[in-house]
Design a protein around this ligand. Structure first.
Ligand SMILES: *Cc1c(COP(=O)(O)O)cnc(C)c1O
Length: 399
């Protein structure tokens, strides 16, 4: 349909990036460690840490690389059991496998957040670390998780790839666990095509991650961390070379100032659409948790009273015919967010009935911050119209 809004295009990169990119192209200075100081990547690390209220930041090639380096920096033993929510992106268990650890999947409720009872049960079965993926920016109960982590004396890594701008009791997501990791891939709040960053207040953890990210020889001297934290690890850690380059930082830095607007508009758009979808008897947007202020760029909702996979597919088709593409995580073949497709994990596919039921009826629609009220109305009308067309029909026959 011609007037359906395009929800895939990104916003333009702020014009302020152009002069810096031109300067870098002219000088050819693209490697973060060539300049003696103030390389764009180093400046971005300083600015990002300050923006988040963290002591240290390390920019790397992707959020997946940041997650991998976090686990390596924690110095977990080979085969360590790392708890993750069973609703996440395939790159997350992959980062765990890459770090020679074993992902342990925890049930997720129909509000897309970790089921705390199953979390406790999995902790009791043995765990070495916790990696909380705030999938699609939905924050799990961090109070309960941090309390249990303290009880079991386990480190928490936050996968905040899609949660930049989200807060929990007013505190930035990504600063609650020991380490927080973010993505600059194009579908996230800040778009550099690819890129990631990790933040922490722990100087020893960041020193280890910096070296392993590829600060070979004495390049670590260009990072503002107490120098004795580095000297201790000289030549003792592998160099995984997964650094960020200066052009990425040049694209990212002017977008930091855009974050508050994108958060504000994304949240307003989401809440407007959520309120209207919730008026339909067939669609339900789960409530956020009380402590959480979200920064969404997409909306997830459940199909209610569904009696078959076919009717879910029919809804998807009807929405598509109206120009709105709906992803139902568990229905599309080879979906990277359906845990049964993570066949690279050792052992049998775990039995997670609750998460599976959610994945079979949870719908995903992109809702970038730049959409207008008109765009939003179009999307709501298409979704509600599709639901009525598909789910109201059997009733008509029944009377
Ligand atoms: C995008 C995303 C990732 C992966 O980020 P990359 O930068 O592409 O590696 C991991 N976890 C979540 C929740 C994501 O949304």
């Amino acid at each position: 349909m011609s007037n359906a809004p395009n929800v895939y295009d990104a916003e333009p990169i702020p014009a302020a990036a152009r002069a810096e990119i031109e300067r870098l192209l002219n000088s050819g200075d693209l490697f973060r460690y060539t300049a003696p100081e103030n390389a764009p990547v180093a400046l971005l690390e300083r600015e990002f840490a300050e923006m988040m209220g963290a002591k240290y930041a390390l920019c790397v090639a992707s959020c997946s690389a940041a997650l991998f380096l976090s686990l390596k920096a924690l110095d977990l033993p080979r085969g360590a059991r790392v708890l993750i929510p069973a609703f996440t992106f395939g790159a997350v268990p992959s980062a765990i496998v890459h770090a020679d650890c074993q992902p342990v999947l925890v049930e997720v409720g129909d509000n897309y957040r970790i089921d705390i009872n199953d979390f406790r049960a999995k902790l009791n079965q043995g765990a070495d670390a916790i990696l909380i993926s705030h999938m699609r920016g939905h924050t799990s109960d961090m109070d309960a998780i941090m309390a249990l982590a303290a009880e079991y004396d386990l480190p928490v890594v936050e996968d905040a790839a899609h949660s930049l701008g989200t807060t929990w009791h007013g505190r930035n997501i990504g600063t609650i666990g020991k380490i927080g990791c973010f993505s600059f891939q194009s579908y996230k709040l800040i778009n550099a095509g690819e890129g990631g960053v990790m933040i922490t207040d722990d100087p020893d953890l960041i020193a280890r991650a910096i070296i392993m990210s590829g600060a070979y020889e004495h390049n670590w001297k260009k990072h503002p961390v107490l120098q004795d934290h580095f000297a201790r690890w000289q030549n003792k850690l592998p160099l995984y070379n997964t650094r960020m380059q200066n052009l990425s930082a040049a694209v990212i830095r002017p977008q930091l100032a855009e974050v508050p607007r994108r958060v504000r508009d994304g949240r307003a758009n989401h809440d407007y659409v959520a309120e209207r979808l919730n008026r339909s008897a067939w669609l339900a947007v789960p409530d956020k948790l009380d402590a959480e202020e979200r920064a969404p760029d997409s909306i997830q909702f459940n199909l209610v009273g569904l009696n078959s996979e076919d009717s879910a597919r029919a809804f998807q088709d009807a929405a598509n015919a109206r120009g709105i593409s709906v992803q139902i995580f568990g229905l599309s073949t080879d979906n990277a967010r359906a845990y049964w497709n993570w066949e690279f994990i050792d052992g049998p596919v775990p039995d997670l009935p609750q998460t599976k039921a959610m994945l079979m009826r949870a719908c995903d629609v992109r809702l970038p911050a730049r959409l207008t009220r008109e765009d939003l109305d179009y999307i709501v009308d298409a979704l509600v119209g599709a639901a009525e067309q598909v789910f109201d029909a059997p009733r008509a026959f029944g009377t």
